[in-house]
Design a protein around this ligand. Structure first.
Ligand code: G4P
Length: 565
């Protein structure tokens, strides 16, 4: 948690340069006089997610960012190297076998008086639903690209998820220490494929063996790159060089020097200048370059996040039926659960709800209520999960705390002191693959139901109970979700299950203005009707075509492919 003697930074693009090397040029420190009102604390929070294609360097960047933060707290699926990676992720075999990070995790670190909450997202497209939920808890995202590859398929998919939520995106072009694509081509690709303006904040001096550093385009200062020695700690930045000083571009070969001067000038003319409003609205992305592995460009990226990324935003909610925006300054503690994770510690069977605080000052021991009025005494909230849990004595807007729960908490649940606040926008997506699930041992039918319900509450799968017949239908957005389900059924519930093809290919939540119309439709279509985990009616279609046909024949019925909770 933040200490009283920390420095807070003012959020304003007009910060004065500081003279120390590696300093946050835009950031002027102001003393934080030990205030802990929610608005002040919220202003110094940056809650962001990292999105990237597997192998672009998300894990390495995460480690470098944590290093910059000093106190490294790792949670959940953050992969460590080698043996450590295998041990840390032990709780989920599937992750180890496939080398992918399946579940999201949360990390908090401090840097120069700001508190950063980093939300990790699964890199694999089959878990985009999980990513979406995590992004509901993030105020901005960092998109990591491999400089030699540019936009890769998964980058695009994750970006689209961000766009759905209008999340501002900062771009980090990684691996500049390797031969990279032409930076103009990279920025043009972002512009063309993501339909976003690109504003380079720095411009690289060559790449690979010739990589010499980068030019701060606005300040016209050069940040020289130095290769870290093996085992060397810290960052690879040298002192900035100012144009006009004798040492400007000192040590940079004449060839790279003239290339840099020429291309930087073209970049200044050719790309739009950074514009805060445009960034915040998701129309423009500031672009940073660097190497996560060589720990270069990391401090500059953090500086960018500190100066430009939004502090906790207002969250749309309904309070006693009235639609409103909940600001971080609201006195009452409010927030929502965006993820439930089980078995974070293999030694203790447990379930933890990841709760994003939206307003107020949370204190340990508080009683929060669900929107259904159910009280929850939060005695042991965790600041960080997995191997390095810490008890959270307090938390502020933008923070994510883990609430241990033995059932009862679901993804999408709103919690508040009054129990009157319901946050909008944590959806369930209609599954794209549906399967019938059976347990090999028929005596374990009841266990199966309970296990599926529990995993359904976690959001691992969607469970549909057909209104006629006994076999449950499970749905997933991506095929790998079934593998996770299978694995966890075995490991945690001792159930050997069979997934069989289902006659259905699509599921839609049905609703209508009139209860009678809905009931009539359900009765008429009972053989294809099911209930989801909350008891909401779902129509199971044999094909997308059939859904279209049934929709046309039943104009009073709404067929939703997203269910907001
Ligand atoms: P991910 O989480 O996005 O999947 O990527 P991760 O950080 O695991 O990085 C993928 C590979 O790219 C790793 O190499 C990592 O060391 C390398 N890498 C990351 N950032 C940089 C960089 O800035 N420069 C260079 N040259 N390489 C980088 P690996 O060989 O697959 O793994 P490891 O044996 O190093 O763990």
């Amino acid at each position: 948690m933040p200490h009283c003697d920390d420095l807070a930074y003012r959020l304003n693009p007009c910060y004065q340069p500081r003279s120390e090397p590696n300093s946050n040029r835009h950031l002027k420190p102001i003393p934080n006089t030990c205030m802990s009102d929610p608005a002040t604390e919220a202003a110094r929070r940056r809650t962001f997610a990292i999105i990237s294609h597997p192998d672009a360097g998300k894990t390495t960047l995460t480690e470098s960012l944590l290093l910059a933060g000093g106190a490294i707290h790792l949670a959940g699926a953050v992969a460590a190297r080698g043996e450590a990676r295998r041990t840390r992720s032990d709780w989920m075999k599937i992750e180890r076998e496939r080398g992918i990070s399946v579940s999201s995790s949360v990390m908090m670190f401090e840097h120069r008086g700001l508190v950063f909450n980093l939300l990790d997202t699964p890199g694999h497209e089959d878990f985009s639903e999980d990513t979406y939920r995590t992004l509901t808890a993030a105020d901005s995202a960092v998109m990591v690209l491999d400089a030699a590859k540019g936009i890769e398929p998964q980058t695009l998919k994750l970006f689209e998820v961000c766009r759905l939520r209008d999340i501002p995106i900062t771009t980090f072009i990684n691996k500049m220490d390797r031969e990279a694509l032409d930076p103009f081509a990279l920025l043009d690709e972002i512009h063309a494929k993501l339909a976003m303006d690109t504003a380079p904040i720095y411009w690289p001096a060559a790449s690979g063996q010739r990589f010499a550093g980068m030019l701060d385009l606005e300040a016209d200062e050069f940040v020289p790159f130095r290769r870290l020695e093996a085992g060397e700690s810290g960052f690879a930045n040298l002192e900035r060089q100012q144009r006009g000083d004798g040492d400007f571009l000192d040590g940079v070969s004449p060839e790279v020097r003239s290339e840099l001067e020429e291309t930087a000038e073209l970049a200044r003319e050719g790309f739009p200048k950074f514009d805060l409003k445009s960034f915040r609205e998701g129309h423009l992305t500031p672009v940073y370059f660097g190497s996560a592995l060589r720990r270069f460009g990391i401090l500059e990226l953090l500086e960018g996040l500190a100066a430009y990324a939004p502090a906790p935003r207002e969250q749309h909610a309904s309070i006693k039926g009235v639609e409103t925006d909940v600001s971080a300054a609201r006195d009452e503690v409010t927030g929502f659960v965006f993820k439930i994770q089980a078995n974070m510690d293999p030694k203790h069977r447990d379930r933890v709800g990841f709760f994003r605080v939206c307003s107020g000052r949370f204190r340990r021991g508080m009683t929060l209520k669900t929107a259904a009025g159910k009280p929850l005494n939060v005695h042991n909230p965790m600041m960080f999960m997995a191997q390095e849990r810490e008890i959270a004595d307090e938390a502020y807007p933008g923070d994510v705390i883990g609430i241990p729960s033995h059932g009862g908490l679901r993804v999408g649940d709103s919690l508040s002191q009054s129990g009157d606040v319901v946050f909008r926008g944590i959806p369930n997506f209609a599954p794209e693959i549906l399967k019938r699930v059976r347990v090999r041992d028929p005596l374990k039918q009841k266990h199966l139901r309970r296990a599926l319900e529990s995993l359904g509450e976690e959001g691992v799968t969607q469970v549909f109970k057909p209104m006629i017949g006994a076999d449950l239908v499970v749905g997933a957005v991506g095929a790998l979700q079934f593998d996770v389900l299978d694995e966890r059924m075995k490991a945690e519930y001792g159930l050997d299950v069979l997934f069989e093809p289902s006659p259905y290919q699509a599921a839609r939540w049905v609703s209508a203005d009139s209860r009678a119309d809905l009931e009539a439709f359900i009765e008429k279509s009972i053989s294809q009707m099911a209930e989801d985990i909350d008891g909401a009616p779902v129509f199971l279609g044999k094909s997308a075509w059939e859904i279209g046909y049934v929709r046309e024949k039943n104009p009073k019925i709404r067929f939703g492919d997203v269910k907001e909770r």
